[in-house]
Design a binder for this molecule. Structure first.
Ligand SMILES: Nc1ncnc2c1ncn2[C@@H]1O[C@H](COP(=O)(O)OP(=O)(O)O)[C@@H](O)[C@H]1O
Ligand SMILES: [Mg+2]
Length: 295
């Protein structure tokens, strides 16, 4: 089988996926989103979605490695193209619906909470006044970018005056305020990498400076761990709730013993997890893809 991998560019992750496909007797090619050409034909002729002369509508599966940054038009067109592929019977991994749910931290939190999982208390709003009321109510909060990742752009505020200045600055960029109560923890959390109905790798991440952010991209250190079954169950449930075939699930053990599901990353990187655990994560994703498509 030939698997188009939609991505912004080639790099370590796409190389890994190509390697894993080749090792299993399949081929792949990296397709940039900008090269998508949709052709809506006259009624009697079939519509097509192609990239670099490669038909995607007739492919058995497409790996959506990431949805790159772009204008609102570009993002909606790209995600709708994924929806269209899926509706026409192409297995898209992760599904556009899962990607949409995960990319929006508000929606992920809402779905996790609805599923009965512990997730930190969160208030999402657009007006500075509402954000200020949330700070007064929760006291110590983390302001996260709604579409953020890798720990970037998060600010912790407890002082109302500082919060006000932060919100005024964010208001200029028409941000949505995603405010989360700080969970007291010991400077470490867990990233569980879910593929299908299995946690294939788990790492404990410890912040380098004892701070509250453990992301490896911010210097956090990772070590492989054996995940207790109850934690695996949490990660699997979280991935299932958003409908992800594969996901990076962040589990944060609070000082009071509660295990919070912090986020479900539907377009996760895995170089840190692979380095720490030596698990062939691209291989696990491709194996899952093969089983799903051949079912
Ligand atoms: N409510 C919280 N309380 C304390 N620490 C948090 C909280 N939310 C996130 N963190 C820390 O910050 C890290 C990044 O947060 P996360 O929501 O996963 O954002 P990102 O998508 O940028 O990784 C988490 O892995 C955790 O270490
Ligand atoms: Mg995270």
């Amino acid at each position: 089988m030939h698997v188009p991998i939609l991505s912004a560019r080639t790099g370590w992750h796409t190389d890994e996926l190509l390697r894993a496909l080749a090792a299993r007797g399949h081929t792949g090619s990296v397709v940039p989103y900008e090269s998508l050409v949709a052709r809506i034909a006259p009624r009697s002729t079939a519509a097509t979605l192609a990239a670099a002369s490669q038909q995607l509508l007739s492919a058995p599966t497409v790996l959506a490695r990431i949805v790159p940054n772009g204008s609102l038009e570009q993002i909606i067109y790209r995600v709708d193209a994924l929806h269209w592929l899926e509706e026409r019977g192409v297995k898209v991994l992760n599904s556009p619906r899962a990607i949409e749910r995960c990319v929006d931290k508000f929606y992920t939190s809402a779905l996790l909470h609805e599923a009965g999982l512990d997730t930190p208390e969160t208030i999402v709003c657009e007006r500075v006044d509402d954000a200020m009321a949330a700070v007064r109510e929760m006291g110590d909060v983390i302001v996260k970018p709604l579409f953020g990742s890798m720990g970037h752009g998060m600010v912790r505020v407890s002082d109302p005056e500082t919060a006000f200045r932060v919100f005024r600055a964010l208001e200029m960029s028409r941000a949505v305020f995603y405010l989360q109560r700080v969970v007291e923890h010991a400077g470490c959390d867990v990233r569980a990498f879910v593929v299908g109905n299995r946690v294939v790798a788990a790492i404990e991440r410890r912040s380098r400076d004892g701070g509250w952010r453990t992301n490896i991209s911010l210097g956090g250190e990772a070590r492989a761990i054996d995940l207790p079954p109850a934690w695996s169950e949490l990660a699997l449930t979280a991935a299932r709730v958003v409908g992800a075939d594969y996901a990076g699930v962040d589990l944060l053990p609070a000082s009071d013993g509660t295990i919070h599901v912090i986020e479900v990353n539907g377009i996760p990187g895995w170089s840190g997890a692979q380095k720490a655990t030596s698990v062939d994560i691209a291989g696990a994703i491709v194996d899952h893809l093969i089983v799903t498509v051949c079912d």
